[in-house]
Design a protein around this ligand. Structure first.
Ligand code: G1P
Length: 277
């Protein structure tokens, strides 16, 4: 049973400068909702109610977003605007939020290890909020699909997606043995390989389920690509023991860490949700 979801949010968001000079990239809105709220909604929908943030300087707005703003809420009480806060209100009521700071940016693996005191020794999910995901037609989110898989397989799971070959250097890339249409037992994984070195075109996207032994593995993982401690390298150790699955999720994902993906996500949400309101 998975209850906890870790959000590494300490990254600088340099691809969105100057917008992210003084503001968290996770607070950038797709329409009227911050990216990070979509991620927490996806976690709650998957039954994960313990939300843990690995945060950093300039990220205070995330904590404030998942809190009550008494003055503002007093101002709009009894008006139509009150309803605009009902979504985030529900998250605040149903979830608990905890925070720890990553003092130095030493990579995603290091960020996840920094979250260890908030997770303890139990399986947990990781969401990279700038990958915005929408689930299948039945409305099941990507994390929910992965939590259901975990119940059956009890091992680490990474969400994967086919990407054009020339984009492999932006992702962790896996190779493995198919189990069924959507599941692969991972045998190899490489962080941000050049297209000619990539073991496939199956890219890891920002949704993970990790078993807690990953923390000890990360502790013993030396810096890899870009001199950073990579979760991909740590997961490879589990994969070598047959303990990692790649899951071709049902649904859609937008790379909101890039301006193009951000605009695509905005258009998608406008067409799919906003116009239908
Ligand atoms: C991280 C991971 C990478 C993964 C990607 C998904 O990279 O290191 O393996 O494919 O997230 O978004 P980042 O985008 O933070 O550079």
């Amino acid at each position: 049973m998975i209850r906890k979801c870790l959000f590494p949010v300490a990254g600088y968001g340099t691809r969105f400068l100057p917008a992210t000079k003084a503001m968290a990239k996770e607070i950038l809105p797709i329409l009227d909702k911050p990216l990070v709220q979509y991620g927490v909604e996806e976690a709650l929908e998957a039954g994960l109610t313990d939300i843990a943030f690995v945060t950093g300087r300039t990220k205070r707005a995330i904590e404030d977003h998942f809190d009550i703003n008494y003055e503002l809420e007093d101002q709009i009480r009894g008006t139509a605007k009150e309803a605009m806060l009902s979504g985030v209100r529900e998250l605040i009521e149903k979830c608990t939020f905890s925070y720890t700071r990553q003092i130095q940016m030493k990579g995603l693996g290091h960020a996840i290890l920094t979250g260890r005191p908030l997770i303890g020794y139990e399986p947990f999910a990781v969401v990279l909020a700038d990958d915005l995901c929408f689930g299948d037609t039945a409305g099941h989110g990507v994390l929910r699909q992965m939590v259901e898989l975990y119940a059956k397989h009890q091992c680490s799971i990474v969400a994967i997606e086919e990407v054009p070959r020339d984009q492999t250097s932006s992702y962790g890339v896996i190779a493995g043995v198919p189990i069924d249409d959507r599941l692969i037992r991972v045998t190899d994984m490489v962080e941000k390989p050049k297209p000619e070195d990539a073991p496939s075109n199956l890219a890891i996207i920002g949704r993970y389920i990790l078993t807690p032994d990953i923390f000890e593995i990360i502790e013993n993982t030396p810096p890899g690509r870009n001199g950073e401690v990579q979760i991909t390298d740590a997961l490879l150790r589990q994969a070598k023991e047959g303990r990692v699955l790649g899951y071709k999720f049902r649904g859609q994902r937008f790379d909101c860490g890039s301006v193009e993906g951000f605009v695509e996500a905005t258009n998608y949400c406008f067409e799919t949700f906003y116009k239908k309101q």
